[in-house]
Design a protein around this ligand. Structure first.
Ligand code: KG4
Ligand code: ZN
Length: 342
């Protein structure tokens, strides 16, 4: 890399409820990572309200980009490209980032690189693990996705399995709401579980004979709701911490078992995790232990790079840029963009 010119990418992420911008150098060095979270606003409603998210992105985006540039000590004139999440996500939210990226690309005559949000999550693993290069196995667990994939090359995925109903994060959020923890549920269940007994309630783990690497979390979610209803009807006390810990145990064991089985079946000696749920402390510990036992090297981003951020989009944009991916000013938001689609 020494005699090559540095490649500086400004990345923008606005697919859900974080307005984020980052400057990334040569795909792996994060010069700045600014995240403006709307969680406090959406908490009032128990979940993300799309119209409010779009409006807040519009209010915040210029400020967030300005901060990302100044934190990195660069100006728009120093950049080599603009990367932006164009799907999947909330259409109105995505459009704010896409329109902003197109405006900067046009005004500064910079190449525009549209990025798949999930490709971004996977790429978060490259930031702190300089030795990690494809191929490797990756478990993607976010609010909208649960995918087990082989990362064959940068931005190239073979999907081994995915969820047939709820995503892992969605299940965390729904169970958290049922036990009165509020939004977003994942981090709250993670915390409350430390006070509970994971063996208190035997919640089920879905077995899918016809898709060993597929997932289903609607069963465990319904089991939690049934447990709460039964306790209420029989006048028994409800222990939220035990419910949280037992639910989390069921989900974590399923994720670890399937990911490790896939790694063994496909001869993968490296396994990474990605997405908001990848910041779950029990999942990280369980994955670490299981990988160690099977001599698999385990990779995970720091929690700040697991949940939505623009640094991960800058990393993915860099590898897309290197491959020659360029989007025109007709780039549109694609709310249901599939992984591997361009
Ligand atoms: O990747 P992400 O920030 O956004 C999407 O692309 O969906 O993931 C958000 C999801 C939410 O469902 C949130 O509850 C979950 O990740 N999450 C967690 C934790 N932190 C965030 N789930 C379990 N444990 C956590 N510590
Ligand atoms: Zn995400």
């Amino acid at each position: 890399m020494s005699d090559e010119k540095d490649i500086l990418i400004l990345a923008i992420e606005s697919s859900c409820d974080e307005t984020a911008a980052a400057v990334v150098k040569n795909g792996r060095t994060v010069l700045s990572n600014v995240i403006s979270s709307q969680i406090e606003l959406h908490k009032l409603y128990g979940g993300v309200v799309p119209e409010i998210a779009s409006r807040k992105h519009i209010e915040k985006i210029n400020q967030v980009i300005g901060e990302a540039l100044s934190d990195a000590g660069v100006t728009l004139d120093d950049l080599d490209a603009v990367g932006v999440t164009y799907g999947p996500g909330l259409v109105g939210a995505l459009l704010v980032g896409v329109a902003e990226a197109k405006a900067i690309s046009w005004a500064k005559k910079l190449p525009l690189v549209g990025v798949h949000h999930i490709e971004g999550h996977v790429s978060a693993n490259y930031i702190e693990n300089p030795d990690l290069e494809p191929p490797f196995l990756c478990l993607i667990v976010s609010g909208g996705h649960t995918h087990l994939v082989i990362v064959k090359d940068y931005g190239e995925f073979e999907i081994l399995g995915k969820t047939r109903d709820d995503a892992a994060g969605e299940a965390f959020d729904k169970v958290a709401r049922a036990i009165g923890l509020g939004y977003p549920g994942g981090p709250k269940i993670d915390k409350l579980s430390r006070e509970g007994n994971p063996d208190a309630i035997p919640f089920p783990k879905a077995k899918l004979e016809d898709g060993p690497y597929d997932f289903s979390f609607s069963g465990v979610k319904s089991a939690v709701l049934n447990h709460i209803n039964r306790c209420r009807m029989q006048g028994e006390p409800i222990c939220e911490a035990d419910i949280a810990a037992s639910f989390q145990k069921s989900v974590v064991e399923t994720l670890v078992e399937k990911a490790v089985a896939a790694a063994k079946a496909y001869g993968m000696d490296r396994l990474a995790i990605a997405g908001g749920v990848a910041s779950n402390s029990t999942l990280r510990q369980a994955m670490e232990r299981a990988c160690e036992a099977e001599h698999i090297r385990f990779y995970h981003p720091s929690p700040i790079f697991c949940t939505d951020n623009a640094a991960m989009i800058g990393v993915a944009a860099y590898y897309e840029y290197r491959k020659g991916t360029r989007h025109g000013l007709d780039l549109n938001a694609v709310p249901n963009l599939k992984l591997g689609e361009r």
